[in-house]
Design a protein around this ligand. Structure first.
Ligand code: AP5
Ligand code: MG
Ligand code: ZN
Length: 215
């Protein structure tokens, strides 16, 4: 069969990015992530949409969702170019889920489940390499030398939306907008729930087995 199309759902900090790296390595698929795509285009002029902020960054730093018109287009283009993918950070509301239904077919839909208190700790302690994008955590997966990337020597920085206040808002937005997306797949019996609370390797073991079951 061709490369699998995998959707990875989960709240902010659930480990979507971390586990997507494992999927990419194992299956050689593209990592399609709206969060990273938007971060590279934070200053894009979207004033013609006549929405609350003039750039994606305005929404992101407030912990709110960037308008569907912007993200739908990013996803459509990326999926057209991919031979198999892991989709991370999309869909985040019911309209996006319906749009996705129209443009692709999914082989696996997995949800990473992690308790709320743990999410806040993971996000406020996350550090990212400015050069290569590798994820760290000051406590759970620290670099050998504080502030320096093990892989490339780049500087480790904190994401602008990883402050405690914005993290709480992102979690509220998830409950309100993205929970219905989970139900959308659950009702159709397409959802596989993964315990996302263990160590990254344990989570990967369970996720990998679930993917192998479906493809
Ligand atoms: P996005 O970048 O997608 O952020 P998110 O969904 O909030 O998720 P995160 O990237 O914060 O978490 P993650 O699940 O990837 O966890 P990670 O692996 O890094 O979106 C950002 C913003 O962009 C949104 O708020 C919105 O404004 C906009 N946006 C994006 N998509 C959109 C869309 N479709 N529509 C509208 N707007 C959109 O792990 C987190 C930390 O925990 C790391 O430090 C990691 O090292 C650690 N960790 C991971 N796994 C474990 C583990 N098992 N045990 C202990 N620590 C762990
Ligand atoms: Mg991520
Ligand atoms: Zn690096």
């Amino acid at each position: 069969m061709s490369q699998p199309n995998i959707l990875l759902l989960g709240p902010p900090g659930a480990g979507k990015g971390t586990q997507s790296s494992n999927i990419v390595e194992e299956y050689g698929v593209d990592h399609v992530t709206t969060g990273d795509a938007l971060r590279s285009n934070k200053g894009m002029d979207i004033s013609d949409l006549d929405v609350e902020y003039d750039t994606p960054g305005g929404f992101m730093d407030a912990g709110e969702l960037v308008p569907d018109e912007v993200v739908n287009e990013i996803v459509k283009t990326a999926l057209q170019e991919a031979d198999g993918y892991v989709l991370d950070g999309y869909p985040r509301n019911l309209d996006q889920a319906k749009y996705l239904d129209e443009i692709t077919e999914l082989d696996v839909v997995a949800l990473l489940e992690v308790p709320r208190e743990e999410l806040v700790e993971r996000l406020t302690g996350r550090r990212i390499c400015d050069e290569c994008g590798t994820n760290y955590h000051v406590e759970f997966s620290p670099p050998e030398e504080a502030g320096v990337c093990d892989k490339c020597g780049g500087e480790l920085i904190q994401r602008d939306d990883d402050t405690e206040e914005t993290v709480r808002e992102r979690l509220n937005v998830f409950d309100e907008n993205t929970q219905p997306v989970i139900d959308h797949y659950d009702i159709r019996d397409e959802l596989v729930r993964i315990d996302g609370e263990g160590a990254p390797d344990e989570v990967w073991e369970e996720l990998h087995a679930a993917i192998e079951d479906e493809v």
